[in-house]
Design a protein around this ligand. Sequence first.
Ligand SMILES: [Zn+2]
Length: 468
Amino acid sequence: MKLPIRAAIYARISKDISGQALGVERQLIDARKYAADNGWIVAEEYVDNDASAYRGKKRPEYRRMLEDISAGQRDAVIVYKLDRLTRQPRELEEFADVMAQAKVKDFGVVSGEVRLASSEGIAMARLLGTFAALESDIKSDRLKRKAQEIAEAGRPNGGNLRPFGYEKNQLTMVESEAVAIRELASRYLAGESLGSLTAWLQDNGISSVAGLPWRTTALRQTLTNPRIAGLRAHNGVIVATAVWPAIITPAQHKQLVAAFARKAQSNRRAPRRYLLSGMLRCSKCGNKLYSSARRDTRRYVCMSGPDHGGGCGRLTIVAAPVEEWIAEAVLMRLDSPEIADALAGRAAVDERHSVLVEELQADQAQKLELSGMWARKEISSADWKEARDILDAKLYTIERQLSQITGTNTLDGIAGHGGELRTSWDSLNLTRQAAIVAAVLDFATISPGTGGGRREVDPNRIVPSWRL
Ligand SMILES: [Zn+2]
C-alpha cells in the first residue's frame, strides 16, 4: 500500500500594520488547496507571526518544522511563496540540507512557478536561482493580494484625497456633504442634468474635496461610486459591504448606475446637430469651440469653465454661415490636385491594408496561443507577460495604422467629385457630411469678428488646417 504524503505547510506574515491575520489565512487556504490538489494530507501547519524574522530573530515555528522534517515526520513542504520561507540564502541552504538529509522530495510553492521534485544539489541551485528571479515579483504580488484582502474585508484603501461625503479617515460621514449627496442623487434620478446639478453646487458654495468647483465628470463619479451606498468595490467589482456608513441605499446606487447608463446610451443615439463640432478652435486661446444655441441661433462659442477646457470665453461665431463656408471649401478641396496626389498611391495603400490585416490576425492568434501555453503551464507568468506586452505593442501600432487608412476610405468615390457632390450636399445627412469634412479638414481656427452682419461670414476669420 502506498503511504500518503504528509505535508507541512509553512506560513509567515511580514511586517504589515493591517490585515496580518488575513494575510496568513490566505496563505493557508491556498496552501491547503495545493495539498489537496496533489493528493497530499496536511500533517501540520506552522505559522510564524514574528514580522522581524528577516532581521535575524528566531522563528520558532520554522525551527519546529525543520525538526519535524529531520525526524522523518514530513514528506513534503508547502509555502505560499518562497519569500515566506526565507529571504536569506544561508537559511535557504540550511533548509535544502535538511530536506536532502530527510530525503524529502516534495516542495511546493503555491503562487510561484517553481515546483521542485527533489531537494538534491541541483534543486538547490534552481531554488536559489528561481528565488532571485522571483524576488522582483514578490513585492507587487503581495501588494495586490493585500489590496484584495483589504477590499474583501470592506475596508478603505488609503488614498491622498478624502472621498466626498467622508472624512479623511474614509470612515466617518461628513453630515453636510451626505445631505448634499442625497439631494443630488434624488434630483438626478428625477431627471435633472449633471450640468444643472454642478451649477446648483456652485451656487450653494459646495466645492469638491480638492476645494475646486465641481465638474460634471467628477459629479458622475461621485454619484455612481458604490462607496456612497456603503459598498466596497475592488477593480470595478463590488466585493463586500463596507465598514463605513452608507449615505444612500444600495437600491438607489443601482438606480443611479442604470440612469447614467441610459443617459450615455441616449447621448450616443442623439443625432448630430452641428456639422463642425470639435473641429473649430478659438484663435485667442486655442480652445475648442462648443456648439451652443442661444435665442434660436446656433453658434459656436469659446467657453470658459472647467467642463470646457477653460477657454477664454470671448469668441463666438454664428454656425450656419461658417458651416456653409467650410462645406464649400471642402468640396473645392475634393477636386484639388492635393487630394488627387494623396489618393494616387491608393493601390499601394490597399496593398498595405491587407498586409496589416494579416499581421493583426496573426498577432491576435499568437496572443491566444500564448494564453493557452500559460494555462497548460508550458510557460511561466513572467514569460507570458513579457511576450504579451510585445504583442500588445505590435497590435497597438497596427491598429493605429489601420485607422489612418480607414480615414482615407471615406474619400472613396467622392474625391474628384466635389462638383457633383455640391448638388447633393444638402440631401446628405449630417453624420455623412461631417465624415466627409473630417476626412479632409483637420480643424479650422476662428478669429474674432469685427462686428459685421450676422448672416455673412468674413472668410478672413476662418483659417482651415487641411488634413489632406
Ligand atoms: Zn477662446
